[in-house]
Design a protein around this ligand. Structure first.
Ligand code: GTP
Ligand code: MG
Length: 202
């Protein structure tokens, strides 16, 4: 899919105030600093669309972006980063939970995990939450530019091994890098296909 327009729409604390759920929506969720905002910029081809920072806790509210005038990308605050204060973390987690239960147009959650790290307990717990809410998710491994292809294979094998201790199958996953653009075509293709599904349902 070619991106012809990418616009910032709104920032909200409350999911009730978000744009009408009349277009297919894709949310970027994961630990603070994992690279959610960077990946949104990479996919949209606009490095200034979402705000990026080396300091975790940069994104603090629910941000909607309208892409090609017909689908939404959503940038959310991160969860579970120890360097973000406990009060702030709880606020973000409440916001994320509120968001997840109030978007009937949410077609898929992109759950971002840092390709360099072992599977984290809070990511695994978050996957359980998604499964209980019957929300489909795709794993996006981020910052893949920081690993050699061999190290990437090892990391992926390890991730699979840990997940298969609790899950029947390894979920759909895409390797990405906001630095190199890796995974862009694959993610956009997935969104294009899923947008068709939304059309059929409405
Ligand atoms: P919060 O909004 O705080 O939850 O963080 P976030 O998940 O939105 O992360 P953000 O996109 O702000 O990126 C965090 C840091 O990681 C920044 O310093 C980015 O430059 C860096 N980063 C993000 N993606 C990549 C990537 O693909 N490769 C590399 N090397 N660095 C990345
Ligand atoms: Mg962010």
């Amino acid at each position: 899919m070619r991106i012809t327009s990418a616009e910032y729409l709104s920032s909200n604390v409350l999911a009730e105030k978000c744009p009408a759920p009349d277009k297919p929506e894709y949310a970027f969720i994961g630990r603070s600093n994992v690279g959610k905002s960077s990946l949104i910029n990479m996919l949209s081809g606009n490095s200034e669309l979402a705000h990026v920072s080396a300091r975790p806790g940069k994104t603090q509210v629910i941000n909607h972006f309208l892409i090609n005038k017909n689908w939404y990308l959503v940038d959310l605050p991160g969860y579970g980063f120890a360097k973000v204060s406990k009060v702030q973390r709880e606020k973000f987690e409440r916001m994320i939970r509120g968001y997840l239960t109030r978007r009937p147009n949410l077609m898929c959650v992109f759950l971002l995990v840092d390709a360099r790290h072992e599977p984290q307990a809070n990511d695994l717990a978050f996957m359980e939450t998604l499964a209980e809410a019957r929300l489909p998710f795709t794993l996006l491994f981020t910052k893949c530019d920081k690993l050699s292809s061999n190290a990437m294979l090892t990391a992926l094998r390890r991730y699979k091994e840990v997940m298969l201790q609790h899950w029947e199958e390894f979920p759909p996953h895409i390797l990405t890098s906001a630095e190199t653009g890796k995974g862009r075509d694959e993610v956009l293709q997935f969104i294009e296909d899923t947008n068709q599904l939304f059309k059929k349902m409405h």
